[in-house]
Design a protein around this ligand. Structure first.
Ligand code: DQA
Length: 145
């Protein structure tokens, strides 16, 4: 099984970006832990990150035949990008929305997700664990569970 691990804007700065909210783990460390976790479950990870909305759309399109599932942290685009929402809906690859922080308990604007309705699930508020749970969800889905 192939899983695209896609991270949006500002997530390249993980580790130094607001560590009290997002923790001290870097994106490289997070990807390496997620890759090891997926491998144990028989899944292969391809990790991509972009700060740009159009690039994220291009990455989604480019992986539409490769990926059996997507774990997607769209960063702040979560809250207002109809273009990313349409991209996820267009490619018909099961996608789990992922967040490190608990977006339901922060500022008002973070409570809205325009991506959620086109995803098959959502994991948030657990840091790295949110990503690992999203991988587990995709593996279970793929195996028909
Ligand atoms: C985030 C939450 C978003 O609201 C924020 O804009 C981010 C990170 C998270 O992982 O908690 O960039 O997606």
């Amino acid at each position: 099984m192939n899983i695209l691990l896609l991270n949006g804007p500002n997530l390249n700065l993980l580790g130094e970006r607001e560590p009290s909210v997002y923790g001290t783990m870097t994106l490289a460390q997070l990807v390496s832990r997620a890759t090891a976790h997926a491998k144990k479950k028989g899944a292969k990870i391809r990790a991509r990150q972009s700060n740009s909305e159009g690039k994220l759309i291009d990455i989604l399109h480019a992986h539409r035949r490769w990926a059996d599932g997507i774990a997607f942290n769209p960063g702040a685009y979560t809250h207002y990008s109809y273009a990313l929402r349409d991209a996820v809906a267009s490619i018909q690859v099961p996608t789990i929305e992922v967040h490190l922080s608990d977006v339901t308990q922060r500022e008002e604007f973070r409570r809205i997700s325009v991506i959620e309705p086109v995803c098959v699930g959502r994991r948030y508020g657990k840091g790295l664990q949110s990503y690992l749970e999203a991988i587990d969800d995709l593996v279970v889905r793929q195996s028909g569970g």
